[in-house]
Design a protein around this ligand. Structure first.
Ligand SMILES: Nc1ncnc2c1ncn2[C@@H]1O[C@H](COP(=O)(O)OP(=O)(O)O)[C@@H](O)[C@H]1O
Ligand SMILES: [Mg+2]
Length: 497
């Protein structure tokens, strides 16, 4: 495949001013040719490369690859980005085989290819690491291995060796020369330095894997991690974790002690009617009684059931519409003003309407929870999707990802941390409003239990209902946090190693 560039111009508009990045550029790269573009930074090298890759549209002129005009990125043009772009949720191994997975290559083939290219870039020993655990140079080598493993006909490299040490750079330069001679790639290589990034195709290859292995050896110096102890993600584990837990439990016991002192003190001194200020003992008695005769569990299960249905439906809708709104500009333009208007209306203001529409039964409560939790979750999901780095999408597209692959393999995993936060937010809110919904016309549920305490003047029952709600919220939140920790080991890996 050859590259043919004619009369190419590209202008950027930034802050109302036009900056020409490329002006009337002609370039011809023959099939199997290795062309090096050299120029100072800011002269438009990346812009040219991005246009050939299909990420940017030219303002004028044409680009043909293999005789066909470029309309977008594709697996025929592998890209090694200037700012090493790896998928942070995948291991080194997962990153290198990304393109092969998209093609549906069998596992054995993927393993062989990954092994070959990781060996080549001297990272065979690091296959199971996540990008956060790699140095800049190592990341760049993974990015190079990923592009090569996808076996594109053309390789576009944007200052790929900028972050590498001199030794590794030489190894990779020689290796690139060898690959190009053996595999006959067409290479467009961009650099700003003649000395640093130059390509010497004829260099001796002896001792290559040995050198590469040396390049990958960790530095043995004692490096003091900068205030790692303060890192919030390290919280909750090991000895440090035990101290954190002890502090938290002590704080809770302190609150309990104050409550006991005030309530029993009131009972002893008779400041106000004892029933008005239930003691921990009173609340415990109510708890034990209702737990024994099963009424407490009936209320808990009823409330949780309503929350599960209302919150579940809202979560599904928020995920689907949030994704759609983030990816489809017309949908976003339509939804944004509506949501911005509806969102600040306190949901409780609409509760009576829900009772009018859906009656006093289950439907009104479930619908009300759904209505309340949908908007914040929708906004948080859309924001998480919009924050996904465009270079990740470009990297995936240049490895052959189609629209659905982009959603499934890039957008969802990249936005997942934000999506989980949205779900936690929504669940907490659901618990918050279920009580309000159950205050009116419910015959079961924790809100009803609390209301019953008011009607029959049972303050201990009110306090008990509130405490059970708090407990439920804490347990569910802890479960979601634990799930999050398991799911995002790639993010935590950096903090613990
Ligand atoms: N997205 C952008 N918006 C506005 N200006 C840009 C953008 N990308 C590049 N430019 C401008 O285009 C010129 C060329 O940039 P670039 O191609 O990145 O240079 P190089 O890769 O050679 O260092 C620079 O003046 C830069 O400021
Ligand atoms: Mg550049």
């Amino acid at each position: 495949m050859n590259i043919h560039v004619r009369g190419l111009s590209r202008t950027f508009v930034a802050q109302g001013r036009e900056t020409p990045a490329l002006l009337d550029v002609d370039l011809e790269v023959a099939e199997h040719e290795f062309v090096c573009l050299l120029g100072p930074s800011g002269c438009g090298k990346s812009t040219l490369l991005n246009i050939v890759a299909g990420f940017l549209r030219p303002s004028a002129g044409e680009v043909r690859v293999g005789g066909r005009p470029v309309t977008g990125p594709g697996a025929d043009r592998g890209v090694v980005f200037q700012e090493y772009v790896l998928f942070p949720w995948l291991t080194v191994d997962g990153n290198v085989q990304f393109g092969l997975t998209l093609k549906g290559a069998p596992a054995a083939e993927r393993r062989a290819v990954v092994a070959r290219y990781l060996e080549l870039v001297g990272l065979a020993a690091h296959a199971e690491k996540y990008p956060v655990q790699l140095s800049g140079g190592m990341k760049q080598r993974v990015a190079i291995a990923r592009a090569l493993a996808n076996n594109p006909e053309i390789i576009l490299m944007d200052e790929p060796f900028g972050a590498l040490d001199a030794q590794t750079r030489e190894v990779l330069q020689d290796e690139l020369g060898r690959i190009q001679r053996v595999e006959h790639k067409t290479v467009l290589f961009v650099t700003h330095s003649i000395r640093g990034d130059d390509h010497r195709a004829g260099a001796d290859q002896a001792g290559l894997s040995d050198q590469a292995a040396r390049g990958a050896r960790p530095l043995r110096a004692r490096v003091h991690p900068l205030r790692e102890r303060d890192h919030p993600r390290g919280e909750g584990r090991g000895r440090q974790g035990a101290r954190v837990r002890r502090t938290r439990i002590l704080a809770l016991l302190g609150v309990l002690a104050v409550w006991a002192a005030v309530s029993y003190g009131n009972r002893a001194l008779g400041v106000m009617m004892p029933a008005l200020l239930p003691t921990p003992g009173d609340v415990g008695t109510v708890f034990a009684e209702t737990a024994r005769d099963g009424t407490l569990w009936r209320h808990v299960v009823t409330s949780l059931g309503r929350v599960a249905v209302g919150f579940g439906a809202a979560a599904v809708a928020a995920l689907a519409l949030g994704l759609l709104a983030a990816m489809c500009v017309p949908v976003r333009l339509m939804l944004e003003p509506i949501i911005e208007f509806v969102r600040p209306i306190p949901p409780l203001a609409f509760l009576p309407m829900f009772l009018v529409w859906f009656g006093l039964g289950e439907a009104s409560k479930v619908a009300f929870i759904g209505y309340t939790t949908f908007f914040p979750m929708f906004v948080a999901v859309a924001a998480a999707v919009l924050r996904v780095d465009v270079t990740l999408l470009r990297a995936a597209a240049s490895l052959g990802a189609g629209h659905l692959d982009l959603i499934r393999r890039v957008i969802v995993p990249a936005a997942l941390p934000g999506i989980i936060v949205a779900l936690r937010l929504g669940f907490a809110l659901a618990l918050f409003v279920i009580v309000g919904a159950e205050f009116m016309g419910a015959d079961a549920g924790l809100g009803h239990l609390i209301m019953e305490g008011r009607t029959f003047f049972l303050p201990a029952q009110i306090v008990m209902g509130a405490l059970v709600l708090g407990l439920l919220g804490s347990v569910v939140n802890a479960l979601l946090l634990a799930a999050e920790r398991r799911l995002f080991r790639w993010r935590e890996a950096g903090a613990t190693s």
